[in-house]
Write a new protein. Structure first.
Length: 469
C-alpha cells in the first residue's frame, strides 16, 4: 500500500498556503508603507520649498533687494548632504540673473502653476517652485528629493529582508509542524495498515494530546482494539464450531470404516450395504471438506488487506514447481499442458495460499477440458508491472450468464461448462461449489483479483493486482 509522501501531505499544502499568505501580506504592507512614506516625503519637500519662498519674501520686504541677493548667495555656498540641498535662482524684471546657483529657468507646464520636478546638474532630482515678487523680480526655489529616494530604497530593502525572514520562519516552523503532524497521522495509518501489537502500542502513546489528531488517535485506538477483539472472538467461535463438528464427523467416519471392514469380512457380505456405507462415508468426507473450505474462506476474508504473514514469493519458481507435478498427470489424461512463465516475477504473498489458488484453477481445467485439449499456466508481468498469473484452456468455457456465479459460494452452473466444482452438469464430479470462492477470497486477501477474462474459445482465469481506485 502506497504511503503518502511529505510533498503530497495536506499539512505541506497548508504550510505552502501559509507561506503564500505571508508573502502576500509582506508585499501589501510594503506597498502601503512605501506609498504612505512617499506621500509624506513629498509633502515635506513641498512644505520646505514653501518655507524657503516665505523666508526670502520676508527678507525682501524687511531688508530690501540687496539683502535678498546676499542671502541667496550665502545659501548657495552652504554644503549640504547629498539629496537634501536647497537651490535658488533670482531674476530681475528684465530677465537678468541676479543671484542663485541654478543656471537657467525651467519650462513649467501651464497647468502646474509654476511648480514641478526638475533635474539638477549631475542628474539630481529636485522639486522646484517659482514666484514673482513686487517690482517684477522672479524667484525659483528648489529642494532636492534624492534623500527621499534613498530612504524609499532602504525601506524596500528592509521589507525584502524582513519578508524573507518571515517566509523562512513560517516555512521552517510549518515544516517542523507538518512533519510532527504527519508522523502522528502515519502512526494511525500504520496501525490500520498492520494492526499488530507493536503498532497499536505506538498508537496508544499519542492518546494524551487533546487536539483533533489526538481525538482521532483515541477513536482509532479504540476502534482497532474493538475490531481485534471481534476478530479474535470470531476466530475462537469458528475454531470451536469446527472442532465440535469435525470431531463427531470423524468419529462417525471411523465407525463407517469399521462397518465396511466388518461387512467385507462377513461370511455373506451384502454388496448393497457396503455400497451404502461407502456412499455415507463419502458424504461425511464431503461435509468435512465443505466445512474446511468455508473456514478457509472466512479466514482469508478476515485477513483481507492485512500484510501479516506475507513475504516475497517467487511466482515464477512456484509455478514451475506446480507445473512439474501436473506434467505427469497431463500425460496420463491426454492433455497438452504447457508452462509459459517469465523469470523473476515476484510478489508479496503467502506461498501456500497462492499455490492453492493455482492448483484449484489447474484442477478445474483438467477436470472439464476433454482429453486432447490444451491447458496453459501463464506467469508474466501485467501492464502496470505487477504479477499476472493465468490458467487458460480451450475447453467448453463458461456461459456468459455464469461468469460471476461461479465465484459465489455454493454457486452452480448447468450445462457442462468448466466452472470448476461450481458446475453441476451431468456426468461431472459433484463438488461443494467452494473452490473458486476460496480462490477469489485468497486473491483478495493478497490485494489481487481473480476474474474470468473474455476469450474467443475456452476459459482464461486471471489473477492480477486490483485496479487502482
Amino acid at each position: 500500500m502506497q504511503r503518502v509522501s511529505l510533498l503530497d501531505s495536506i499539512f505541506t499544502r497548508l504550510v505552502a498556503w501559509a507561506i503564500a499568505v505571508s508573502i502576500a501580506v509582506v508585499l501589501v504592507l510594503g506597498w502601503l508603507v512605501t506609498t504612505k512614506f512617499e506621500r509624506m516625503a513629498e509633502a515635506t519637500v513641498r512644505w520646505n520649498v514653501d518655507a524657503d519662498i516665505r523666508h526670502m519674501s520676508d527678507i525682501l520686504e524687511a531688508r530690501g533687494r540687496r539683502e535678498l541677493i546676499a542671502h541667496i548667495e550665502e545659501s548657495a555656498d552652504i554644503d549640504r548632504p547629498t539629496g537634501t540641498g536647497n537651490h535658488f535662482l533670482l531674476l530681475g524684471s528684465d530677465g537678468t540673473r541676479l543671484a542663485g546657483d541654478l543656471a537657467q529657468w525651467p519650462d513649467f507646464d501651464a497647468d502646474t502653476m509654476g511648480e514641478g520636478d526638475i533635474v539638477l546638474p549631475g542628474g539630481r532630482p529636485a522639486l522646484a517652485r517659482a514666484v514673482e515678487f513686487p517690482g517684477g523680480m522672479r524667484l525659483l526655489a528648489a529642494r532636492e528629493t534624492g534623500w527621499t529616494i534613498i530612504q524609499l530604497n532602504q525601506i524596500g530593502l528592509s521589507f525584502v529582508a524582513g519578508g524573507l525572514f518571515v517566509v523562512m520562519a513560517v516555512g521552517v516552523a510549518g515544516y517542523l509542524t507538518a512533519s510532527r503532524l504527519s508522523r502522528r497521522v502515519m502512526r494511525i495509518n500504520d496501525a490500520f495498515r498492520d494492526p499488530e501489537p507493536r503498532r497499536l502500542a505506538a498508537l496508544d502513546t499519542g492518546r494524551s494530546r487533546m487536539d483533533e489528531i489526538g481525538e482521532l488517535t483515541r477513536h482509532s485506538s479504540a476502534a482497532l482494539a474493538r475490531l481485534d477483539r471481534l476478530a479474535r472472538a470470531q476466530r475462537d467461535t469458528t475454531d470451536q464450531i469446527a472442532h465440535e463438528m469435525r470431531t463427531p464427523l470423524m468419529h462417525l467416519d471411523n465407525r463407517l470404516v469399521r462397518a465396511i471392514q466388518s461387512q467385507s469380512q462377513a461370511r455373506e457380505p451384502d454388496p448393497q450395504t457396503t455400497e451404502r456405507l461407502l456412499a455415507a462415508r463419502g458424504e461425511i468426507r464431503h461435509v468435512v471438506a465443505t466445512l474446511e473450505s468455508l473456514l478457509d474462506i472466512a479466514q482469508s476474508e478476515a485477513q483481507r488487506g492485512n500484510p501479516q504473514g506475507l513475504a516475497e514469493v517467487d511466482i515464477s519458481a512456484l509455478a514451475a514447481n506446480i507445473a512439474d507435478l501436473y506434467t505427469a498427470s497431463a500425460e496420463e489424461t491426454g492433455h497438452d499442458f504447457r508452462l509459459e512463465a517469465d523469470e523473476g516475477v515476484t510478489m508479496q504473498g503467502d506461498e501456500i495460499q497462492l499455490s492453492r489458488v493455482i492448483t484449484n484453477l489447474l484442477d478445474n481445467a483438467f477436470k472439464y477440458v476433454p482429453s486432447g485439449g490444451q491447458v496453459r499456466l501463464i506467469v508474466t508481468r501485467g501492464a502496470g508491472g505487477g504479477p499476472l498469473v493465468a490458467v487458460a484452456d480451450d475447453g467448453p468455457g463458461v456461459p456468459r450468464e455464469y461468469r460471476e456465479t461461479i465465484f459465489e459460494r455454493f454457486g452452480r452452473v448447468g450445462g457442462g461448462a468448466n466452472g470448476g466444482d461450481h458446475n453441476g452438469g451431468a456426468g461431472q464430479a459433484k463438488g461443494a461449489g467452494l473452490g473458486l470462492a476460496l480462490a477469489r477470497a485468497i486473491a483478495e486477501r493478497h490485494g489481487m483479483e481473480l476474474r474470468l477474462a473474455p476469450t474467443m474459445r475456452g476459459a482464461r482465469f486471471e489473477l492480477r493486482p486490483l485496479p487502482e481506485g
